[in-house]
Design a protein around this ligand. Structure first.
Ligand code: SAM
Length: 282
């Protein structure tokens, strides 16, 4: 069955019928390029798995997920889209739409309510609202919910940063956090013309394969992330200066911790590996 939800005329008629008006604030750019959703759903490797989707919009990706997955749970914040989704997802009984904000801390309970205590296989696939890409991804990663993978469409710069290897100029605190929890891979880019309305920026699909174990052992995980955030907060400065400023610690304390970890105090955050960050004990 072809996905008519990429047809601009169908979309306009549908949204007019439901009196829907786009909200820029909620990052509402709907996919209209018919090639993107099937490709995303295929690369998400969700055959027979349960899938969490964030922000179904009018359901263009949801339909592709429903064709492949066992069950799909889609969380949509905009109440105005619920009657639209009731309409477009009627042929897919394996989809449940939950009205709410994905960043609400009760996501584990919502998943339990719809998918049961321990779903066999669970993954995330979504075209994310760009204004909260990092908070959503960090929330999903830190939740330690049993996701196999997270396949998402995000702004291209965000995907490049999150998929950059450690030790390169593109990496930032988010790169380190993503690599700690997952193995990231940039899959393909998506042009602004693939959306309605068109965003100003290029987009890209990336897949995070969730690690069973972190690649490094940090004695204190919260402290490890605090050091990483401080080190990258002023990335032009040396790690000695940025960590001491960010954590409000005397320079000699930070210098001693760097020396004990075998890190040159004039190194910059972007030159450090995850292992080196894990060795800094502060
Ligand atoms: N999946 C659709 C598509 O690809 O055409 C829509 C994607 S659109 C970029 C982002 C969607 O996320 C919108 O439907 C928007 O209303 C929804 N959204 C925004 N903030 C949200 C939040 N905090 N929780 C859940 N959904 C949210």
């Amino acid at each position: 069955m072809t996905n008519s939800l990429t047809n601009l005329k169908t979309i306009k008629e549908l949204l007019f019928r439901h009196g829907f008006v786009f909200s820029k604030r909620l990052g509402q750019n709907f996919l209209v390029n018919p090639a993107v959703c099937p490709r995303m759903a295929e690369l998400a490797d969700i055959d027979g798995a349960d899938v969490l989707e964030i922000g179904p919009g009018i359901g263009v990706l949801t339909v592709e997920l429903a064709k492949r997955a066992a069950r799909v749970l889609s969380i949509e914040i905009d109440a105005k889209l619920l009657p639209v989704l009731e309409d477009t997802l009627a042929p897919y009984p394996n989809v449940t739409v939950h009205h709410g904000d994905v960043l609400r801390p009760d996501l584990p309970n919502i998943l339990r309510e719809y998918l049961g205590e321990s779903p066999m296989r669970l993954s995330v696939c979504a075209n994310l609202p760009y204004y909260i890409t990092s908070p959503i991804l960090m929330y999903l990663l830190e939740s330690r919910l049993p996701f196999e993978s997270i396949t998402v469409l995000v702004q291209k710069e965000a995907a490049q940063r999150m998929c950059a290897p450690m030790g390169t100029r593109e990496c930032g605190a988010i790169t380190a956090a993503v690599r700690y929890f997952a193995e990231p891979e940039l899959l393909f880019t998506v042009s602004p013309g693939s959306f309605y309305p068109q965003p100003k920026v290029e987009s890209a699909v990336m897949r995070l394969k969730i690690r069973k174990e972190p690649p490094v052992k940090a004695a204190d995980e919260a402290a490890f992330f605090r050091v990483i955030r401080a080190a990258f907060a002023q990335r032009r400065k040396t790690v000695l200066n940025s960590i001491s400023a960010g954590l409000e610690l005397p320079k000699d304390v930070v210098a001693a911790a760097l020396a004990a970890a075998g890190i040159a105090s004039n190194a910059r955050a972007e030159q450090l590996t995850l292992e080196e960050f894990a060795r800094i004990s502060l």
